[in-house]
Design a protein around this ligand. Structure first.
Ligand code: PEP
Ligand code: MG
Length: 508
């Protein structure tokens, strides 16, 4: 099923029967409200309340009256609805505060009502009432985080393999193929096979073929699930296998801890700042269930906007105020988060490990470490995502207890290639010698300082690359839960010396 975009309003249509347009306006708003009511009844908790509130907005008699008046005055139904919504939007925006934030909800209702009046597919996530493969031009991380259990797999026209949409899908074990040109031309209802591992899509499967794909998938999952135990090379060299998670809901048994807790994923759809108490609860939920957890402080910016931060628009957001740099504008955000992490650790009796994203200089690392240590946080580290940080790894380790290499951003900044760009996947390949050389510098600095240096970018979960990273000297690999079995199996098949040989060849 395709996720349609907002309907494009055609030029106004000459109206011959104003009464028919008035009736069409009423029908469109009633249909939108009824659809939302149906979805509210099928959902539960907060989701249900939100849908109910939206249904009430669509059923607002003032909105109907205004749209009807416009239709009576000679507008066609789509334009009458569009005009009425625009008026309400302006009025809400003028009220400011919480009500102004609801203006975006009105846009969503406007798109639905206009699509209905024009007989176009409903914008937004399809809700056919049965499991389906979702095709979309693009999806934001917030959209992806909100996907329901009916979505079996994901195909997008845009995005790159390390874009956060792909990462969120992987985190949920959802097969996803990005940068698939033309997928929006595949008609709704076509049966497609999606292989998230190879990126292969098969269009127009018969029922038997679809059943065989499902069977193969189940057999592969069962084979991998049979692998267990800590990460080790064939000769017993230990390599911690850790999880990348966005919330406690992503935790799975079988790993040795959490190597990257992307805390910003908790708050992607928030318009108000999460409170201290709310943060303590979210972090404590993870600390209670996992042995060793590395919490990354909020990494906002570029494709992960956090609306509650209210950051200014930028010309070049990937090179702008993102990650730890947000602290320059809003120091209280990091202070509150560090307080909350420290409190959650105290309350659960855990030794929290904390790291900052997008650290660029040793001075930034020192400032972060001072503030974290002042709160009694046990271990403080930096992500290495910027080439400057890798080049100065030894200096960073004088300030920090550990480093964690984010190969997704490190590739983006090393190769000057947007990680969301659908046509640059080859340039972003972390197996290239330039990136591996930076990893080697960090690992060497870690060895010299006697401090751990892990990898938590998507490269760590690639069974082809994991042995190379271990050969370069990294001490842990952190990945989506779904990737752990294949990486464990890949390491167990090679000795440390074989990993080092492979790494040496890959560096040439
Ligand atoms: C990375 O950049 O490699 C990383 C792990 O962080 P994120 O993917 O969340 O930017
Ligand atoms: Mg990153």
């Amino acid at each position: 099923m395709r996720m349609a975009g907002p309907p494009v309003l055609p030029p106004p249509r000459p109206v011959v029967d104003a009464a028919a347009e008035v009736a069409a306006v009423g029908k469109a708003l009633a249909a939108v409200a009824a659809d939302l009511d149906r979805r509210a009844a099928a959902a539960s908790g907060e989701a249900s309340e939100i849908l109910e509130a939206l249904a009430m907005m669509a059923g607002d008699p003032m909105l109907l009256e205004e749209a009807e008046q416009r239709a009576e005055a000679g507008a066609d139904a789509a334009h009458a609805l569009d005009g009425a919504f625009a008026g309400h939007r302006e009025a809400l925006a003028a009220l400011g505060g919480y009500l102004a934030e609801r203006a975006a909800d009105l846009d969503d209702l406007r798109h639905r009502a206009v699509a209905y009046a024009l007989d176009l597919p409903m914008p937004g996530l399809p809700d056919p009432g049965h499991p389906y493969v979702l095709a979309a031009a693009d999806l934001s991380p917030a959209d992806t985080a909100g996907l329901g259990p009916d979505v079996l797999a994901l195909i997008t026209e845009r995005g790159g393999p390390t874009s956060h949409t792909a990462i969120l899908a992987r985190g949920r074990g959802l097969p996803a193929v990005v940068a698939c040109a033309g997928v929006m031309d595949v008609p709704d209802g076509t049966v497609v096979g999606v292989d998230g591992g190879t990126g292969e899509i098969t269009i127009g499967l018969t029922d038997e073929e679809a059943a065989a794909v499902g069977e193969g998938d189940r057999a592969e999952r069962a084979r991998l699930a049979a692998s267990a135990g800590p990460g080790r090379t064939a000769d017993g060299h230990p390599v911690k296998l850790l999880l990348n998670i966005g919330s406690a809901g992503d935790l799975r048994p079988g790993a040795e801890g959490v190597g990257l807790f992307r805390t910003e994923f908790l708050f992607l759809d928030r318009t108000g700042a999460p409170s201290f108490e709310e943060q303590v609860a979210a972090y404590a939920e993870v600390f209670e269930q996992a042995e060793e957890v590395i919490v990354r402080t909020l990494d906002a910016g570029t494709d992960k906007p956090l609306p509650f931060l209210g950051l200014p628009e930028e010309q070049n957001p990937a090179l702008g105020v993102r990650g730890l740099r947000v602290d320059r504008l809003l120091p209280e955000v990091l202070d509150t988060q560090l307080d909350a992490i420290a409190e959650a650790a105290r309350a659960t009796g855990t030794q929290a490990w904390v790291m900052a994203p997008m650290v660029t200089t040793p001075a930034e690392a020192a400032g972060f470490a001072r503030r974290a240590r002042a709160r009694g946080i046990a271990k403080v580290g930096a992500m290495v995502e910027v080439p400057a940080a890798a080049l100065r790894a030894a200096a960073l380790l004088r300030e920090m207890d550990f480093l964690s290499i984010g190969t997704n951003d490190l590739a983006q900044y090393t190769f000057a290639a947007d990680r969301q760009h659908p046509d640059l996947a080859d340039l972003l390949d972390p197996g290239q010698p330039a990136l591996l050389a930076l990893v080697a510098m960090c690992a060497e600095a870690g060895r010299a300082a006697g401090k751990p240096v892990g990898v938590c970018g998507e490269a760590a979960g690639d069974p082809r690359l994991a042995p190379l990273l271990v050969g370069l000297g990294v001490t842990s690999l952190s990945m989506a839960p779904v990737s752990v079995p294949a990486v464990r199996t890949a390491l167990a098949a090679r000795t440390l010396a074989e990993c080092a040989d492979a790494a040496r060849s890959a560096l040439i």
